[in-house]
Design a protein around this ligand. Structure first.
Ligand SMILES: [Zn+2]
Ligand SMILES: [Zn+2]
Length: 326
């Protein structure tokens, strides 16, 4: 399913099976979960994709063939492919354990063709082994919603009272991790979205309400997954002194100006960008211990546009996943 230009629906296309180059593997794709970032690319809000492009960066696949120099993964092994598709390995960020900020990073389903397909090639050094016990469809959302959500959660430090704004794919995973770590979760959704509020409490949130509401207690930290800039001052207002507000998405509407008073008291606003491979290894080791259970809605590959729209609507409880083998 190919994106030819921003603002257009994906189009079905017959493409040649790609050849793995050196350090690359050819992958047979089983499932690819949809991320909010995919919508930002389709909508032209994240503006530098290669075109035409195969979207998708939460990929579960089996290695079909390996190019020169590949030691692992082996042919036949099941792997996950995340958003971070490759780095230069040499810039000041890569050399200081910040490869997520690499100046020349290539992202899957953005600079490189991704997972809304039957086959793809990936840099073998950026593929993850996947925990046993997760079927393909349920494993797929771990690869961005889980990974970036986990990095966002880590940026909240040891916050006990955690607010989560936007209760979609990432939130449904990270609520489970936060509860496992003994944190208390307060979920914020669009006003009137009582279904998502009920879903949040089912997963362990002790309070759920509309995003403009004050929670029953001050928050020690908040993660904003929804791409709405007005949530930043809302989350600051809900935060205690020293609280951290983490913006977990790649794109957000403009943040309205706000009085310094709500930032005062050593409150912090920060973003989270991409992931490191270390994040991936740590999260994929932790997920089965929680255990994280993902809730997915499956779509055939030919229905990728519907799968995207399902995420846009905001009414989805859990993750939308595309599979070429429904
Ligand atoms: Zn993503
Ligand atoms: Zn680099």
């Amino acid at each position: 399913m190919v994106l030819e230009a921003a603002g257009r629906p994906l189009r079905p296309a017959e493409l040649p099976i790609p050849e793995p180059g050196s350090n690359e593997v050819l992958l047979r794709i089983h499932a690819c979960a949809v991320c909010r970032t995919d919508l930002h690319i389709v909508d032209g809000e994240v503006t530098q994709p290669k075109l035409p492009l195969v979207l998708g960066h939460q990929i579960v696949a089996t290695v079909d063939a390996a190019g020169a120099g590949v030691q692992t993964p082996r042919v036949g092994e099941r792997v996950g492919v995340p958003w971070l598709g490759s780095t230069d390995g040499t810039c000041r960020y890569c050399r200081s354990a910040h490869e997520n900020l690499c100046d020349r990073a290539q992202f899957t389903g953005y600079h490189r063709d991704g997972g809304f397909a039957e086959f793809m090639v990936a840099d073998a050094r950026f593929c993850f082994p996947l925990p046993e016990g997760y079927p393909d469809l349920q494993a797929a959302p771990l690869l961005c919603a889980g990974l970036i959500g986990f990095r966002s959660l880590r940026m909240t430090g040891d916050a006990e009272r955690l607010g989560i704004y936007g209760f979609g794919s990432a939130a449904h995973i990270i609520t489970q991790v936060a509860r496992h770590q003994g944190r208390r979760v307060f979920a914020f959704t669009r006003a009137g979205d009582t279904q998502s509020q009920a879903f949040a409490t089912e997963l362990g949130a002790e309070w759920a309400g509309p995003s403009d509401a004050r929670p029953p207690e001050e928050l020690d930290a908040a993660i904003i997954f929804a791409p709405a800039g007005e949530l930043v001052p809302a989350a600051l207002r809900a935060s205690a002194k020293g609280g951290v507000v983490v913006c977990g998405g790649i794109h957000m509407s403009d943040i309205p100006s706000f009085p310094y008073e709500i930032l005062w008291g050593e409150r912090v606003v920060r973003s989270v960008a991409n992931l490191t491979r270390q994040d991936g290894l740590e999260f994929l080791a932790l997920a089965p211990k929680v255990p994280v259970r993902t809730r997915v809605e499956a779509f055939a590959l030919a229905e990728a546009n519907e799968a995207l729209q399902r995420v846009r609507g905001g009414s989805l409880q859990g993750s939308s996943v595309v599979t070429p083998t429904p």
